[in-house]
Design a protein around this ligand. Structure first.
Ligand code: S3P
Length: 445
């Protein structure tokens, strides 16, 4: 380990949620570099005053919003990577580099020969567009709120010799084989957001979302549930940081650190979960295993678990069967909705096992999404469900015989599917189901 402290950091604003110190300090530690990585919160007007000082004092730094373009005028040169996107995210010895494109490449999105639909035309969308063109996309459809930004991006692509570009409004229903989200829609705490309506996934084969908190957005979960190739932005974030470290420490062989880097990338996924706590709502028919899987999942994630039926029974001071017989199903549903709202209003993370009917009531899915929850549907066959609820005890809706249960099952299954963000096979053992959920969130098991 070298003895002099090497100083790195990030300039930008706002920075309070940045994961860069977490990532860079761990990489340097693994590489035996004695270094620090600090946040320098600088607004647009601060650059002229502060940058010359930082260029002098720091061994290297990263830049983020709002400086990726502006910083260029303070540098003595631009590497070809920074020239390519017209933006800088890494500075070393007064020269600007860009490692975001490398980060995106590391995500291995299938782009060659594809019709790519890019949502957004801001900073990160620029990198996605250029990389899609370089990777041999057939056509790029850019859908942006601000049409002038989309046109600007189209001219950047034209400058690279790529002219198969179509600029459309954000709302236009024209999709592609590959969908790339370069907007913040779906980012924690507003995890209920979807950058495009779910129906648009029908024609797609792959989805990439630059958002990394949550590690799988609603868009990514829906795509995975449909069996599409789908990935969130965590790998891109990590790979761009490793690439910056390579620039700052050209003497080191990072190839020797592969194992360590993979471990840090996993730690990063768990760190994201810690910092951006999620509310995961388990839905599915009676006997789907919501309570069992939910308890186990909460344990694995180290977050609280709530069973909605238990909360309802506590509130009413009655058992579920007593509520049904004394207040009727309507009375039960009202209590259930009140408890659902109350649980979703808590500030921390949560795994919530909803009762079998809770999520399919009118407006419930919308409420969950509006309150920052994601819905995980445990899909079971009717046979599994009934076998697991053989006694029917405590389940008033199973007291009317198999035919009535089958009719309810058939009526609800499409509603469960429509409300689901992630859809997993609940016929499996609980531990297997939990592993599938963790894997969907890129949390290694
Ligand atoms: C119900 C399911 C039950 C309970 C109530 C109503 C339903 O929960 O909320 O009996 O409408 O499917 P479980 O799914 O946990 O059995």
């Amino acid at each position: 380990m070298s003895t002099t402290l090497r100083r790195f950091g990030l300039i930008g604003k706002p920075l309070q949620h940045s994961l860069s110190p977490f990532i860079h300090e761990r990489i340097m530690d693994a590489a035996g570099i004695k270094g620090e990585y600090k946040l320098y919160e600088l607004g647009e007007g601060d650059l002229a005053r502060e940058l010359p000082k930082l260029l002098n004092e720091l061994d290297g730094f990263n830049c983020t919003i709002p400086h990726k373009l502006q910083v260029r005028s303070f540098l003595k040169g631009l590497d070809s990577s920074a020239q390519l996107y017209g933006a800088v995210n890494t500075v070393y010895r007064g020269v600007g580099y860009n490692t975001d494109g490398f980060g995106f490449q590391s995500s291995c999105v299938p782009l060659r020969g594809k019709r790519v639909c890019l949502i957004g035309a801001g900073g990160v969308a620029r990198v996605l567009a250029v990389e899609a063109a370089r990777a041999g996309a057939r056509e790029i459809v850019i859908r942006a709120r601000r049409p002038e930004r989309a046109l600007e991006l189209a001219s950047l692509l034209a400058g690279l010799g790529f002219s198969q570009v179509k600029c459309l409004d954000f709302q236009a229903r024209e999709s592609g084989d590959v969908l790339l989200n370069g907007t913040p829609v779906g980012m924690w705490p507003d995890v209920g957001g979807l950058p495009v309506p779910a129906e648009e996934l029908a024609g797609a084969a792959a989805v990439f979302d630059t958002i990394y908190n949550p590690t799988a957005t609603r868009l990514v979960l829906k795509a995975k549930s449909k069996g599409l190739w789908a990935r969130g932005g965590l790998k891109m974030l990590f790979a761009q940081a490793v690439a910056a470290q390579r620039i700052w420490h050209p003497e080191l062989d990072f190839g020797l650190l592969q194992g360590e880097l993979a471990r840090i990338e996993q730690e990063l996924a768990w760190e994201v979960l810690k910092r951006s706590p999620l509310k995961l709502v388990l839905s599915g028919f009676m006997g789907a295993g919501k309570t069992h899987v939910g308890g186990l999942l909460a344990q694995r994630l180290g977050i609280p678990f709530v069973d909605l039926d238990e909360a309802v029974a506590r509130r009413a001071q009655l058992s579920i069967a007593e509520i049904f017989s004394q207040l009727g199903e309507e009375g039960f549903r009202q209590l259930e909705r009140e408890c659902l709202e109350a649980e979703l209003s808590s500030s921390g993370p949560l795994v919530l096992a909803a009762g079998g009917g809770a999520v399919v009531q009118g407006g419930a899915a919308q409420l969950i999404h509006d309150r920052g929850g994601l819905i995980i549907y445990l899909d079971v066959s009717l046979e599994t469900a009934l076998a697991r609820c053989a006694s029917g005890e405590g389940r008033p809706l199973l007291q009317k015989g198999r035919e009535a249960a089958a009719a309810l099952y058939a009526q609800r299954r499409p509603l469960y599917k429509a409300a689901a963000d992630l859809w997993v096979d609940g016929n499996e053992q609980a531990a297997v189901v939990v592993d599938a959920i963790l894997a969907a969130f890129e949390l290694e098991v």
